[in-house]
Design a protein around this ligand. Structure first.
Ligand code: SAH
Length: 244
């Protein structure tokens, strides 16, 4: 039997949000590759080898998956949320591109529900009009570029979703991001912190930018900032579909 690689999104956490397509790929797989906490979400079974690896080794992990597929194994590379959003799908193609003789084994990217969409649904509809998405981690790009994009996105009137908002290794940067947002959007703008969405640890908090503090976010939080029209209705937050 010939090998394949499927790069699959496991969704934000709730098992019910794993797609049928991803379940089917996992049922046929011989090997699962991924970051330790994501591989831990896959139920072990006979005939399935789990290969958990540490963070920040995306290219090694992708090469491992491609090598196994070349040998006829059926490999699922797992990401949380969607594999194309700040995750393994791009790493796989980067590894493929770097190969002297890329063997275009059967490769599929299987979408999943990304964190910001799960968070938006929990909050109401904060992304109901034009929005943009920024990864606030400076692991793979300079912090200056992040600040630049943040400013322009705010000036363009987008609602915004931020992934990887804050980690202990760079505690000051999110405080700086909040300062920039306050300057560009004003203190009244709504900001939502959605932590561990669809898991038992889920926590949702919406405040004004004037009230927001860096401690409201951690690495399990996706942050959503509304546009100038975003407002509350009861316990929900929504952005109207029309712009002023
Ligand atoms: N591929 C993933 C994103 C990976 S980057 C996706 O599509 O969702 C990791 C970041 O995603 C975290 O720092 C956090 O900002 C966000 N995230 C992932 N799962 C989350 C969840 N259940 N609740 C809130 N944010 C989450």
């Amino acid at each position: 039997m010939s090998g394949w690689v499927a790069v699959a999104g496991l969704g934000p956490g709730d098992e019910r949000l794993v797609t049928e397509e991803v379940r089917a790929a996992l049922a046929e797989a011989t090997d699962v590759v991924g970051y330790i906490p994501y591989v831990a979400r896959v139920t072990p079974r006979e005939g399935l080898t789990l290969h958990p690896s540490d963070n920040r080794v995306e290219i090694d992990r992708a090469n491992h998956a491609l090598d196994m597929a070349d040998k006829g194994r059926r490999v699922v590379v797992v990401s949380s949320g969607d594999p194309g959003v700040f995750a393994m799908a791009s790493a796989l193609f980067e590894a493929l591109e770097a190969r002297a003789a890329p063997n275009l084994v059967d490769i599929r990217i299987l979408p999943g529900i990304t964190a910001m969409l799960a968070a938006a649904a929990r909050l109401g509809a904060p992304l109901g009009h034009d929005f943009c998405v920024i990864n606030l981690s400076d692991n793979l790009k300079p912090w200056e570029l992040i600040e630049h994009r943040l400013r322009l996105a705010a000036q363009a009137g987008f609602a915004m979703a931020f992934y990887n908002p804050r980690s202990s290794s760079r505690p000051h940067q999110f405080a700086r991001a909040l300062d920039i947002l306050r300057l560009e959007c004003g203190n009244e703008r709504l900001i939502s912190f959605a932590r561990a969405v669809t898991t038992p640890e889920e926590r949702l908090l919406t405040v004004s930018l004037g009230e927001a503090t860096p401690e409201m976010a951690d690495m399990r939080t996706v942050v959503i900032v509304g546009n100038a029209d975003t407002r509350r209705v009861g316990r929900f937050v929504y952005t109207p579909r029309s712009a002023r």
